[in-house]
Each structure stands twice: as structure tokens, then as C-alpha cells.
Design a protein around this ligand. Structure first.
Ligand SMILES: Nc1ncnc2c1ncn2[C@@H]1O[C@H](COP(=O)(O)OP(=O)(O)OP(=O)(O)O)[C@@H](O)[C@H]1O
Length: 287
């Protein structure tokens, strides 16, 4: 087993404030342990899902792994090397190899830029000549199945559908040839009919490139469909972890049991009431 990235005992505490109960207009400071002593191992070529309800710390964990935030304690190892021991240049190079995509593709796409410029932009800092940049932009657009790429180059994000925009955001991430992709709720703004397309695309990219994927989702059905392993977070901590199919079929922790029980599409009896056209791929096999 080759680890793409390993986080050991990661914690992140935010300063926040909350209203004083019963006293209007008064606030008190509060510390929130968004991530508390989390150890996570992401294998090369595998997809690990992080699930949990809103506020459980999934996105914060993703940002810590992407080195967008510094942990208050704990350490990161990347391909066996301690991140804190890397030189500035090495850290910069490493950050390029860990790319993130978000729920809302507009977060990574500048609405003023054409699709060509959006996908090319990350390459500009790399001193790659114009010809190679162009080749890589074309290849990335083809990789995300926006073809022929020529049709999309001069368009702006608002001229695309939500699914196409997410594909451009993925192209912008993979144009740097990362080894780790952190996908934070990548399909939750999309219609159900488009979700599978994006998940299948990520799967094909993973199979072809051997990239490691961290899939952050509150949707157990998506985790079940798209991941090899799953980690369940609650209140900043990991409460249960294991092979996805095994864990979701036979959860041990009471919180995971609750999540599985309250996920409508995981319950065969209720799925037809909830989904007008049940999608077999999205429904967990509970048999
Ligand atoms: N920058 C921040 N400043 C203060 N508190 C924060 C910050 N970012 C996150 N938090 C808090 O940390 C906790 C975990 O948030 P986080 O976004 O990581 O959870 P999540 O599981 O990804 O939830 P969601 O799915 O709603 O994004 C929450 O209580 C949140 O309010």
C-alpha cells in the first residue's frame, strides 16, 4: 500500500462567538474544535470518502490536507516526507500536486475568464511555453469529456450548464497533473441526473492517472457508489472507518447507524416514495 498523503493527529480550532443565552446583544467567545485529533491515510489510486452531517469537520479536514490551512496540532506526511520539513519551494510544488474542487464550481472559476484562460491560468506560474500550455489545456478539456475542446475555449462559465462548469473546474485542477484530488461535495449543486456523470468522470480519471481522491460528502449513497473506503466524522472526530460496502452495510457506531437509517435512498422501502425515477446506481445494495 503506497500512501499519497497521511495526516496524523490533525486538529484545527477556530475562534468563534455565540450569543449569550438570555441576554440580548451580548456575545461570548467560543472555541470550536472543527477537527480533533484526526488521523487519515489516503492511498494512491484509491477513493476515500469522508462522510458526516453538516458541521462535522469534513471541509476543514479537506483544507488541512490541501495545505490551505495549518493545523493547530498534528502532522502531514506526503509520499513519506514530513510536510513541515519541506523547503518553501518544495511546499509550493507540493501544493500544486494537491488540488481541490468544490461544491460550487464558481468558487474556482473566474466568471470573467474564458474557459481556455481558466484552465490555462494554473500553468502560467510554471514557466511552461505557450505551445505546451495549449496542448495541456486541450488535453485537460478532453479528459473531462468536453469535446471537441475548441467548442468550449472561448465560452465564459455562465454560458455552460452546471455539470459542464464542474467539468471545467475539474479540468483546471487536473491540468496541473496532481497526485491528490480533494473533491468537496462536488455534485451537491447538480441535478441528480448529472451527479453520476461527474462521479464516473472522477472514476475514469482515477483509473487512468492513479490519482488519489478524497471525496467529501454528506450523501452516503454517493460515498457508497464512488469510494473504496469511508471515514465517518462527528463533531470533528472520526467515529468509524472501514471498507465502504462493509461499513455501510453493517455500521458499528451508533452515529453511523443513525446516518445510515436516516439516509432515504439507503432504505429500500422508502426509495420509491422519495425518488420519482429511482436510479439503481445511486441506491445502496442492502441485500
Ligand atoms: N473559518 C472558520 N471560522 C470559524 N469556524 C469555522 C470556520 N470554518 C469552519 N468552522 C466551524 O467548524 C465546524 C466544522 O465546519 P466544516 O465546514 O469543516 O464542517 P462540514 O462537515 O464540512 O460541514 P458542511 O458540510 O456544512 O460544510 C463548524 O462548526 C463550523 O462552523
Amino acid at each position: 500500500m503506497t500512501l499519497a498523503i497521511e495526516g496524523i493527529g490533525l486538529s484545527k480550532i477556530y475562534n468563534s462567538r455565540e450569543k449569550m443565552p438570555g441576554i440580548s446583544g451580548l456575545w461570548r467567545r467560543k472555541k470550536i474544535a472543527a477537527v480533533a485529533d484526526v488521523t487519515i491515510r489516503l492511498e494512491q489510486g484509491k477513493t476515500l470518502a469522508v462522510v458526516g452531517e453538516s458541521g462535522s469537520g469534513k471541509s476543514t479536514l479537506g483544507r488541512l490536507l490541501a495545505m490551505m490551512e495549518t493545523p493547530d496540532s498534528g502532522s502531514l506526511r506526503f509520499e513519506g516526507r514530513q510536510a513541515s520539513e519541506l523547503s518553501r519551494a518544495e511546499r509550493l510544488a507540493l501544493r500544486r500536486r494537491i488540488q481541490m474542487i468544490f461544491q460550487d464550481p464558481y468558487e474556482s472559476l473566474d466568471p470573467r475568464l474564458s474557459i481556455r484562460d481558466s484552465v490555462e491560468e494554473p500553468l502560467l506560474a510554471l514557466r511552461i511555453d505557450a505551445k505546451e500550455r495549449e496542448e495541456r489545456v486541450f488535453a485537460a478539456l478532453a479528459d473531462v469529456e468536453l469535446s471537441p475542446p475548441e467548442r468550449y475555449l472561448s465560452l465564459r462559465p455562465h454560458q455552460l450548464s452546471g455539470g459542464q462548469r464542474q467539468r471545467v473546474a475539474i479540468a483546471r485542477a487536473i491540468v496541473l497533473r496532481p497526485t491528490i484530488l480533494i473533491a468537496d461535495e462536488p455534485t451537491s449543486m447538480l441535478d441528480v441526473s448529472l451527479r453520476i456523470g461527474i462521479l464516473r468522470l472522477l472514476e475514469r480519471i482515477r483509473a487512468r492517472t492513479g490519482i488519489a481522491i478524497l471525496l467529501i460528502t454528506h450523501d452516503l449513497a454517493l460515498a457508497n457508489y464512488a469510494s473504496d473506503r469511508v471515514m465517518v466524522m462527528y463533531g470533528g472526530r472520526v467515529v468509524e472507518e472501514g471498507e465502504t460496502r462493509v461499513l455501510l452495510k453493517d455500521p458499528k457506531h451508533s452515529y453511523t447507524k443513525l446516518l445510515v437509517a436516516s439516509a432515504p435512498r439507503l432504505e429500500p422501502g422508502r426509495q420509491r416514495q422519495r425518488l420519482t425515477r429511482p436510479r439503481p446506481e445511486l441506491i445502496m445494495d442492502t441485500t
